[in-house]
Design a protein around this ligand. Structure first.
Ligand code: SF4
Length: 84
């Protein structure tokens, strides 16, 4: 969100930082990300910079941590295939 002008610029930024277990807000933010053309770049920046909090590129912090634990690269390449 900080470096990339995506669809989230049109919404309240708080939506991308939901409280724990706020599944409705998380789903709403992810739905916007799913339609965002900047999604892959956004996710790449978040992974490269180890952003710990918030939804970036349509993924929660827990989902990004899971990518890092698995080594990251293969998952990101798989995402490229699903995002284009
Ligand atoms: S992918 Fe989501 S968080 Fe990233 S720029 Fe797009 S709408 Fe914003």
């Amino acid at each position: 969100m900080a470096d990339i002008r995506g669809l989230c610029a049109k919404y309240d930024p708080e939506l991308w930082f939901p409280l724990p277990k706020d599944e409705a807000s998380t789903a709403a933010a992810k739905a916007v990300c799913a339609r965002c053309e900047a999604r892959l770049g956004c996710l790449t920046v978040a992974l490269d910079r180890n952003y710990e909090f918030g939804i970036w590129g349509g993924m929660t912090e827990e989902e990004r941590r899971a990518i890092r634990r698995r080594g990251g690269q293969a998952d990101v390449l798989r995402l490229v295939g699903t995002l284009v």
